[in-house]
Design a protein around this ligand. Structure first.
Ligand SMILES: C[S@@+](CC[C@H](N)C(=O)[O-])C[C@H]1O[C@@H](n2cnc3c(N)ncnc32)[C@H](O)[C@@H]1O
Length: 252
């Protein structure tokens, strides 16, 4: 699961006993060598689908980490891209990966082509933006929000979008009940609940709390019109249903 360049078991244990913010500060230098960074095939599938919804001028990556979603936005947006995260360590890595144009070697990857990026340190539960963005997206971070915080998070994204702006993110189909993946996620969440009952600060990270029905309800309550688009590139399950869908929430 982890490469040699990834964190050691000891480092992971120290991170898991910290707060979310501090945990990511510690993990940041090695984050891109962990499976927690959203894989390129997911980023590519989302890029291809979101491109059909454009064109876009301005994009916001919510909980940007080291910039996985910022790379997507730079391929889709013409004028301005912003990444927001509360971990200073993750933002430092992101800045290094996407240096300003004058400081970039010609062959540089992943910076590549695209508008310059602004990095903003803020809590996604209280975003500091005017309603200015055409497109907001988020990858791999919803497990860090308790179900009770989800509506507030969506309302903050809604408030950062201009009318007509779209908030998109992929959501995977839940593993079949009784499958290996099902028991793995159930076991992980149970261990996290025990950890959080016994230890402070809490580290909120749950896999099974971001359920499609609840998510659609909270998005609608926040004011979005929502639809689902299959992410065909990510394949289908044996029953023919898509392995992942793109949630497209529009501020009407
Ligand atoms: C698993 S990483 C995902 C990073 C990136 N989006 C990706 O897909 O590779 C989760 C990120 O969410 C950020 N995060 C978690 N809770 C947050 C909050 N309340 N406000 C801002 N950032 C938050 C963490 O600092 C971390 O960078």
């Amino acid at each position: 699961m982890f490469t040699e360049q990834g964190p050691t078991v000891r480092e992971l244990a120290v991170q898991a006993l910290s707060s979310i913010e501090r945990g990511y500060d510690l993990l940041a230098p090695k984050f891109d060598h962990t499976p927690y960074r959203t894989p390129d095939r997911v980023l590519d599938a989302v890029t291809d689908e979101v491109r059909r919804l454009g064109p876009f001028d301005t994009g916001l990556d919510v909980c940007c980490g080291t910039g996985a979603g910022v790379g997507v936005l730079r391929r889709l947006c013409r004028e301005r891209v912003v990444g927001v995260d509360f971990s200073a360590g993750m933002l430092a890595e992101a800045r290094a990966a996407f240096p300003p144009e004058g400081e970039r070697p010609a062959e540089d990857e992943p910076a590549g082509e695209g508008p310059a990026v602004d990095w903003v340190r803020a809590d996604a539960r209280s975003l500091p933006f005017a309603p200015a963005f055409d497109l907001a997206l988020s990858f791999g971070a919803f497990g860090h929000f308790l179900p009770a915080e989800r509506f507030g998070l969506f309302a903050e994204v809604y408030g950062s979008l201009r009318p007509g702006g779209q908030f998109v993110f992929p959501i995977g189909a839940p593993p079949p009940v009784g499958s290996r993946a099902y028991w793995t996620l159930l076991g992980f969440d149970a261990a996290m609940r025990v950890r959080n009952a016994l230890w402070r600060p809490q580290f909120v990270m749950y896999y099974r709390t971001f359920r499609l029905g609840d998510v659609l309800e909270d998005l609608t309550r926040a004011g979005f019109a929502v639809r689902l688009v299959p992410l065909a590139e990510l394949g289908r399950r044996p029953d023919g249903s898509p392995r992942a869908r793109l949630v497209v929430a529009t501020r009407e």
